[in-house]
Design a protein around this ligand. Structure first.
Ligand SMILES: Nc1ncnc2c1ncn2[C@@H]1O[C@H](COP(=O)(O)OP(=O)(O)OP(=O)(O)O)[C@@H](O)[C@H]1O
Length: 340
């Protein structure tokens, strides 16, 4: 099915040379009563039309804070510095009204837990119709027709009947399809999926990922996959950015990253990725050592206390993220060798 460009969406600039998302030197700190949390530090990320960028890292590495900064969804305790350009628009410092206009229209987002994002007391069709009417000048009937089209587009079985159902009547995978329909209601050029398939079983996860990639290609969207799962990134992303302690520590096109991992942290993440041949109940390897304390600014590399290649220099000096091979950036003084 082809969805026609809706009224109000046709005038958006689609200059192929302008990245859909350009984050430059982004820093986010949270001030709590007695301490400061340095959650994101000096992050640069770019996403172009049709590209899938995976942002990977352990819990607490700053992935979600980065994506929420893009959407202006951080709490008041956050201080955001740097630049976030969504197309031509600077998002840092945008007022609430302008932000609301952007969300959904320029950028859509789906989260891990669709049950919490959907209103349990409202039929899914009505939730979708409302999302459409916030941004598009459509009458109720037209919006309802478009809602059914969208439900069909995300391959929800029997969309006209499901339109009248409540979230609890749908499976987890179906609810995530509804969230994708809501996120895409106004055809945003960028979609951010934050652990969107983590709560789903493996088969449903693959179906939802296939759907996302199919929609991305059809609408030439930029897609940001936020995940702790290297396997997912390796299967679906064009480019991978690995975050640790609030910074990007390695970035490369997917194939290059997987075949020539340089950053020991990325190596450890890859080694901790479940493999198909692993017996079903075998314990997963975990990265040894404690995650970093984000309330302290260290001189050296934040991964040094857990790193299997650490040397004295790593504790004294922080390596910058530099392009050290064509297209491949890493922040490490003693990177992994190919033959490891
Ligand atoms: N409102 C807040 N106040 C204080 N600290 C916060 C707040 N929100 C996030 N943080 C901290 O910022 C850091 C980065 O969190 P973030 O949620 O971005 O990590 P993540 O990589 O997305 O992890 P996860 O996969 O668990 O979501 C964490 O140490 C977190 O505790």
């Amino acid at each position: 099915m082809t969805l026609q460009t809706q009224p109000g969406t046709a005038t958006r600039a689609a200059d192929p040379d302008t990245p859909l998302l350009a984050i430059e030197d982004l820093s986010v700190t949270f001030r709590t009563r007695d301490q400061t949390v340095y959650a994101v530090r000096g992050v640069d990320l770019t996403v172009t039309a049709g590209q899938t960028l995976a942002v990977i890292g352990e819990s607490g590495s700053g992935k979600t804070v980065t994506s929420r900064a893009v959407l202006g969804l951080l709490p008041r305790t956050a201080t955001v510095r740097g630049s976030i350009r969504l197309g031509d628009r600077q998002m840092v410092g945008l007022g609430e009204k302008e932000l609301r206009q952007c969300l959904g229209r320029e950028v859509g987002m789906i989260f891990q837990d669709p049950a919490r994002s959907l209103n349990p007391t409202m039929r899914i069709g009505n939730q979708l119709t409302e999302a459409i009417r916030v941004h598009l000048p459509l009458g109720r009937r037209q919006a309802r027709e478009r809602a059914v089209e969208l439900l069909a587009m995300v391959r929800l079985p029997a969309p006209a009947r499901r339109f009248h159902e409540y979230p609890h009547q749908l499976s987890g995978g179906m609810r995530q399809r509804v969230m994708i329909a809501i996120a895409l209601a106004c055809q945003p050029r960028l979609l951010i999926a934050d652990e969107a398939t983590t709560a789903l079983d493996v088969t449903t996860q693959a179906q939802i990922m296939d759907l996302l990639l199919d929609l991305q290609q059809r609408f030439d969207m930029g897609l940001v996959l936020i995940s702790h799962d290297m396997g997912l990134a390796a299967s679906y992303a064009d480019q991978i950015a690995v975050m640790y302690a609030g910074r990007v520590v390695e970035r490369a096109p997917t194939r290059q990253m997987i075949s020539h991992v340089r950053m020991p942290y990325t190596r450890a993440l890859l080694d901790a990725t479940p493999r198909l041949e692993r017996p079903p109940h075998a314990p997963l390897p975990v990265i040894s050592g404690r995650p970093p304390d984000l309330t302290v600014l260290h001189d050296g590399c934040a991964f040094a206390p857990r790193c299997f290649r650490v040397q004295e220099r790593c504790r004294a000096e922080r390596p910058d993220l530099d392009e050290q091979e064509p297209g491949h950036e890493w922040a490490c003084f003693f990177p992994c060798e190919d033959e490891r």
